[in-house]
Design a protein around this ligand. Structure first.
Ligand code: GDP
Length: 443
């Protein structure tokens, strides 16, 4: 997962800060020096880091902060606020023309950044907002790119306009806009050709399209894994072509995070969305505040809730919450809550979004998804009474269950222990593990 190492380091700095009752200027300076190093190691642009630390230091060393009852907490709050600010504070939407007026979006970026995939992802988002997008294949150099766009367009249920390879991109773009007008499409997304590096031909081609077609939004796609390079490339595109917004792809990988933190400050352009995987649904709106929380290891509860709202069966969640309150939560419910969590991207994904769990300290043993099959076999070998009333599980019963599930008795013991742990955890966190999600969402 992205930011892991940065989050770990920042959490360590914060732990030290919190553990001190009073803070001196030197304490703050020393902590910020560590923050600075962590950000530089995460590949955040040097200029950005310098300015960031300066701002935080000025605010943190103010009299009120150091005199406050919880100075450590206040310093962390300032770091958080400045990080949100660094990434643009507010969420920026793609600006669209109203009603049937056609919005023309040009997607640009280097080859391999994820442009074609992201074009289709965006089309899906716009379609779900009631728009009728048309994708236009303007990458005439790679026949595979045209095919890829057609396949992805089909998957998203949106039309794809292409003229093959024998035409100039600018003419394809013009023809696509005419096609859209004739067919009632109200957004045209141009998938342009990238190159391995920024070169003049590519830039000229984009300029030519921009000069001849009324582009309303130019969206730059950059690969977060390329760190500082992504930021430099973004700067060049902004200078030569002009960019309205950036989409940062591959944030699901183990990128160090520098690009997400630097792009806005370096280019002055906001991040609109982030790519979180290869699937066409893996595109998330970019919320600077949530991203800062994730980076600082404070969890991203809001995104988790949104995921839950999409994936969780509301009735089941309510029912489980009731059981939990009455302490009737049994093994059947445990199995159910595990499969619900799996739907939300797996335990690992969920735990990373929980406050204080962003780092690697999570006991992955307990949440090993591969063990789910074995767990299921064990639970299904229990009698209904054992499943609803785990307290009756004596050694003889456990032995019988182990034989039934084809596992060693130690596995059964382990599961019972995990179940008890989970039950405890659910009680402590009214809001997690399927059961409490209903309550947490205010349903
Ligand atoms: P283009 O050359 O810029 O059009 O790039 P493509 O759309 O062909 O994408 C290049 C590769 O990156 C493909 O294998 C995509 O599946 C992959 N990709 C795109 N976006 C993401 C993302 O957000 N996460 C991950 N893991 N892979 C991505």
């Amino acid at each position: 997962m992205a930011f892991e190492s940065l989050t770990d380091k920042l959490q360590n700095v914060f732990k030290n800060l919190r553990s001190k009752g009073r803070l001196t200027q030197e304490d703050v300076k020393a902590a910020l020096k560590e923050v600075k190093l962590a950000l530089l190691e995460a590949d955040v642009s040097f200029k950005v880091v310098k300015q960031f630390i300066k701002t935080v230091e000025e605010r943190a060393i103010g009299q009120d902060v150091l005199q406050s009852l919880t100075p450590g907490q206040t310093v962390i709050k300032i770091v958080n606020e400045e990080m949100v600010h660094l990434m643009g504070s507010d969420t920026t939407e793609i600006s669209l023309k109203p009603g049937s007026e056609i919005t023309i979006i040009m997607m640009i970026g280097l080859q391999g950044a994820g442009k074609t995939t992201t074009t289709a992802k965006i089309a899906g988002k716009l379609k779900s907002k009631g728009k009728k997008p048309l994708l236009a294949a303007c990458d005439i150099y790679r026949p595979a790119a045209i095919k890829q766009l057609q396949i992805n367009g089909e998957k998203q249920g949106v039309d794809v306009f292409s003229m093959g390879e024998g035409h100039k991109p600018v003419n394809i773009a013009k023809a696509a806009v005419e096609h859209a007008a004739k067919n009632g499409c109200n957004v045209v997304i141009l998938d342009t050709a990238g190159r391995l590096h920024v070169d003049e031909d590519m830039m000229n081609e984009l300029v030519e399209i921009k000069e001849n077609v009324e582009i309303h939004q130019t969206i730059l796609v950059v690969d977060a894994m390329t760190g500082q390079d992504a930021v430099n490339v973004a700067g060049m595109f902004e200078e030569k072509i002009g960019v309205d917004g950036v989409i940062l792809t591959k944030l699901d990988g183990d990128t160090r995070g520098g690009a997400a933190l630097s792009i806005r400050a370096v280019t002055g352009r906001p991040i609109l969305y982030v790519g979180m995987g290869e699937k066409l649904s893996d595109l998330e709106q970019f919320y600077p505040d949530r991203m800062a929380s994730r980076i600082l290891g404070m969890g991203d509860i809001l995104t988790l809730i949104e995921k839950a709202q999409v994936d969780i069966d509301e009735d089941k969640a309510k029912e489980m919450e009731k059981k939990l309150k009455k302490a009737q939560f049994g093994f059947d419910d445990y199995l159910e809550s595990m499969s619900q969590m799996k739907k939300m991207g797996g335990f690992g994904e969920i735990l990373k979004m929980l406050p204080g769990m962003g780092g690697s300290q999570v006991n992955l043993d307990m949440i090993d998804e591969k063990a789910l099959g074995k767990t299921e076999a064990i639970i299904l070998s229990m009698t209904p009474t054992e499943r609803t009333n785990p307290d009756v599980l004596n050694p003889a019963r456990k032995r019988r269950i182990a034989v039934g599930a084809g596992v060693d008795i130690s596995e059964v013991n382990k599961l019972v222990k995990q179940f008890e742990q989970a039950r405890k955890m659910m009680k402590q966190m009214p809001g997690m593990m399927g059961g409490g999600l209903g309550g947490m969402m205010g349903k």
